[in-house]
Design a binder for this molecule. Structure first.
Ligand code: ATP
Ligand code: MG
Length: 575
């Protein structure tokens, strides 16, 4: 491709809303183009890179026996009513009506559609296992679309689904997909880590996230340096502190004026924050969006409450709960703003973090303004409707597996795999007949790669202050020929010759034949990040050109034929 003919619009400065280096670079190179918040198009070079990622994904899916199909983005609401997710998916689901008032959504994911294929087409166990996948545009009305392709409202995803006869089959499919994911992200040139994850709105029993390591990532990961525990902070189990063997003391109400926070009350009473109990008050909503009930969650004073664990414990979707209007809640439940404890609460679901059960003589709000209770003990003085781990695993806390202090790091979730089990086959009625002709539920898994997010993650990990440094495997073009002077016959001849020889060798080449100053061309080549640059300048008269890799500082002046040979070899090796 000749750069003089290509529609490229590079920008000197990216719009101020772009803060991530990768977002800034994709905008500055003109590879992506914003249409509205969270909605981007891909220009020629950006789209070439997207297609390369898609191709890597396709090859690895095909290698494990995946069959590629393409389903519609537009999905009838009935399917989502069947699975129960029309409500559960919440406001992220883009809903619309046709002229006859029938409801539809734009697919944020396709479990329903693929399960529907199974429930109508599969009869015998002989048809299973089966892997189906597609590469397709997804829609999610994200509450905070941001960081360019990282969190779009329209984005490209590869979604795959496995269908097996039993759990053992699912385990095998899951492991195969997991292996394919490792290959995909390695081939894309990403430094990544697979970590245990929460199943979220998708549901099911087990899950891993593939996370490209990056300080700007939105995924927070807890990992252990002593054992191989690594999990998203949302899903990481948290060890309870050892139970106390103190004697239970008599419960006592104390006057604690103005001590609304844990810090205040601990200081006022001269207690360690570990001897206090923190209350978090929530209201829940029904399908009509009305308040359906109240929840009080209790964790030790120095701990945080993990919302993902809390909603999982309650068995409700995340959008069906929010911090309570405390005045309204007080009328129904007896809670009192900063002075709420489990003793004296009524008509609300009390969720107690499992750690509190073994602790003795705790201090909590007394459900009375300016008062706390001392020496409160689980079992004797209060109980929980739900008792489970709802606490956050913080940096320095004990690893849930081996007890060593955990560390936190950040990353970009580029893919996620889920064991769904029979969640969808049960709710939607997808069965096969076993060899005794008995009906059995199909056991499912689902597997997503964020194709467009992966492209940006690659840029996030591969750039410097001059621009992008594409790995060859996903570069929009592999070689750029920079011709220094356009009205020089020798340079014209040499540049054209390299251009056609490289193309004959199957290399993807850009020829910078624009009538621009050399400095501008060099800057653009660095900005665009093409892996190999061959500069045709003064030395072309002696049959020599400058050969430079974008990822290296040094360049070398070598004979034309050598440059062509080196480029072809390098590209073929790294594709
Ligand atoms: P997140 O936690 O980041 O919102 P998710 O867990 O909801 O993502 P999945 O349902 O697992 O996402 O979707 C599969 C993959 O699709 C993700 O691993 C991610 O790479 C990509 N993805 C999800 N949401 C978006 C989005 N809004 N924009 C771009 N890519 C996305
Ligand atoms: Mg995910």
């Amino acid at each position: 491709m000749r750069l003089s003919k290509m529609h490229v619009k590079t920008l000197r400065e990216a719009p101020s809303e772009a803060v991530l280096p990768s977002h800034i670079l994709l905008l500055r190179t003109g590879m992506i183009r914003k249409l509205a918040s969270g909605i981007y198009g891909y220009m020629h070079m950006g789209y070439r890179s997207i297609r390369k990622i898609e191709q890597i994904v396709r090859e690895e899916m095909d290698a494990i026996g995946g069959q590629e199909i393409l389903m519609s983005a537009l999905q009838p609401a009935e399917l989502w009513h069947d699975s129960g997710r029309w409500f559960d998916y919440g406001p992220e689901l883009m809903r619309l009506k046709d002229r006859k008032d029938s409801e539809f959504c734009l697919g944020p994911t396709h479990e329903e559609v693929f399960t529907d294929i199974m429930r109508t087409d599969v009869t015998s166990h002989k048809q299973l296992p089966m892997y189906l996948y597609q590469i397709q545009t997804k829609y999610r009305d994200e509450i905070r679309p941001r960081f360019g392709l990282m969190r779009g409202r329209e984005f490209i995803m590869k979604d795959a689904y496995s269908f097996d006869v039993d759990e053992a089959g699912l385990d095998k499919s899951y492991n195969e997909m997991y292996g394919a994911y490792e290959k995909i992200f390695t081939r894309c040139g990403l430094e990544f880590r697979a970590v245990e994850a929460d199943n979220g709105a998708i549901g099911g029993s087990a899950s891993h996230e593939f996370t490209a390591l990056s300080e700007y990532g939105e995924s927070e990961i807890a990992y252990c340096t002593e054992c191989d525990m690594a999990a998203t902070v949302e899903s990481a189990a948290c060890r309870d502190d050892a139970p106390s063997d103190e004697e239970m003391l008599p419960m006592e109400k104390v006057y604690t004026p103005g001590t609304k926070t844990i810090e205040d009350v601990a200081e006022f009473l001269g207690l360690d924050q570990r001897q206090t109990v923190k209350a978090l008050l929530f209201e829940t909503y029904n399908e009509q969006g009305q308040v359906s009930g109240y929840v009080a969650a209790f964790v030790r004073g120095d701990r945080g409450c993990n919302m993902t664990k809390l909603v999982n414990a309650l068995g409700i979707p995340e959008h069906a709960i929010a911090f309570a209007d405390e005045e309204a809640m007080a009328e129904k439940t007896g809670c009192v703003g900063g002075f709420t404890g489990p003793v004296g609460l009524h008509d609300c679901t009390i969720v107690v973090d499992s750690e509190l059960v073994g602790m003795r003589n705790l201090c909590a709000g007394a459900c009375e303004t300016d008062h706390h209770i001392k020496n409160m003990n689980y079992g004797r003085d209060y109980e929980g409707d739900i008792v489970t781990d709802i606490k956050e695993l913080k940096e320095g806390d004990a690893c849930p597996i081996c007890g060593a202090p955990v560390k936190h790091t950040r990353g970009i979730e580029v893919g996620q795999v889920f064991k769904l089990g029979t969640k969808y086959s049960e709710s939607m009625g997808a069965y096969y007949k076993d060899d005794h002709m008995e009906k059995q539920l199909i056991v499912m898994g689902c597997y997503g790669v964020g194709v467009s997010r992966t492209m940006q993650a690659v840029v996030e990990q591969h750039h410097d202050d001059k621009g992008i440094i594409w790995p060859v495997s996903v570069a929009p073009y592999e070689v750029i020929i920079t011709q220094v002077k356009m009205n020089d016959d020798v340079q014209n001849e040499v540049a054209e010759r390299i251009y056609s020889e490289l193309m004959d060798a199957g290399i993807e080449v850009l020829l910078d034949d624009r009538r621009e100053r050399a400095g501008v061309k060099f800057n653009d080549a660095d900005l665009l990040g093409i892996p190999v640059r061959i500069t045709v300048g003064r030395d072309a008269a002696d049959g020599k050109v400058e050969y430079k890799l974008r990822r290296e500082e040094d360049n070398s002046l070598i004979p034309v034929e050598q440059a062509i040979k080196d480029a072809v070899e390098l590209i073929r090796a790294e594709r």
